[in-house]
Write a protein that binds this ligand. Structure first.
Ligand code: CP
Ligand code: NVA
Length: 299
């Protein structure tokens, strides 16, 4: 049984094939004869808020001929303490696949093990692999290649999105630079495990120098709201603004996984100047995830 729980569990070859498939599915969007999920119901189990991930999975599953069933964990018995392994064994007998957004990564791993149905990570505290697949698809479309690029992540270098970027660097062979304040940098253990070409620095300007892509995410990830004030102080210098952008290549892409907090991790001016890239990136969630689903089904 194949799952898509993180980038680290898959080979670069497999991930490249998923991107190729995503590109094909994007080009054939609207072709209703391709219905690999016909007769299937997929559950979307979310313990955190979502706009892009929820909508792109619901639409993607329907476009592939299946039915999507959204389940908020608050309304499931899971919210009253029913173990994940029991929830998984029940759903595994009723639905054909699961897309899960939650806090603990181990919960998704346990769900995948006990449900015995294809399970996809729609964000955990550890990783956001579907986001990075959409980002890589966007970079490939806009720059033609990923392998020889310099991608600079600015912000919380220890968050789920940054972690998935670190594994992506190893799988795709690009140089990743992470500009993050002390205490919010990726751990040495993670960098050693990932084995990618990753430079970690506190210096935003140095990280942005001649970069092909400047990328950011929120300073305060879901579940960390009580740290918002402290984080606003620590991350104050870690913003994509016109000064930082001037350090990157003139042709540099500015990317944001969204939702964006203008005046915090990115300025209004830079976001709006690069809105075409950023919303193409958001749209690619749909195409990339259809590629992930088809790869899990082997179609
Ligand atoms: N980027 C992303 O995952 O957005 P949502 O939280 O809206 O799903
Ligand atoms: N790091 C962010 C990503 C949101 C899409 C979070 O976990 O909230």
């Amino acid at each position: 049984m194949k799952h898509f729980l993180s980038l680290e569990e898959h080979s670069g070859e497999y991930l490249r094939a998923v991107l190729d498939r995503a590109g094909e599915l994007k080009r054939m969007r609207g072709d209703e004869t391709f219905q690999p999920l016909k007769g299937q119901t997929w559950a979307l189990i979310f313990s955190k808020s979502s706009t892009r991930t929820r909508v792109s999975f619901e639409v993607g599953i329907r476009e592939l001929g299946g039915r999507a069933m959204f389940l908020s964990s608050r309304e499931l018995q899971l919210g009253r303490g029913e173990p994940i392994k029991d929830t998984a064994r029940v759903l595994g007998r009723m639905v054909h696949g699961a897309v899960i957004r939650t806090f603990s990564h181990q919960e998704i791993v346990d769900f995948a093990t006990f449900s015995e149905i294809p399970t996809i990570n729609a964000l955990t505290d550890h990783a956001h692999p579907c986001q990075i697949m959409a980002d890589l698809l966007s970079i490939r479309e806009k720059l033609g290649s990923i392998e020889d690029r310099v991608i600079t992540f600015i912000g919380d270098g220890a968050c789920n999105v940054a972690t998935s970027w670190i594994y992506a660097a190893a799988k795709f062979g690009f140089q990743l630079r992470v500009a993050a304040p002390e205490g919010f940098q990726p751990s040495g253990e993670l960098l050693r495990a990932a084995k990618g070409q990753v430079i970690v620095t506190e210096d935003v300007n140095e990280a942005a120098n001649q970069a092909d892509v400047l990328y950011t995410d929120v300073w305060v990830s879901m579940g960390m709201e009580e740290e918002a004030e402290a984080r606003a102080r620590v991350f104050a210098g870690y913003q994509i603004n016109s000064k930082v952008l001037a350090r990157a290549k003139e042709s540099a892409l500015v990317m944001h996984c969204l939702p964006a907090y203008r005046g915090k991790e990115i300025t209004e001016e830079v976001l709006e100047a690069h809105q075409q890239t950023i919303f193409d990136q958001a749209e690619n969630r749909l195409h990339a995830q259809k590629g992930v689903i088809c790869s899990l089904l082997g179609v």
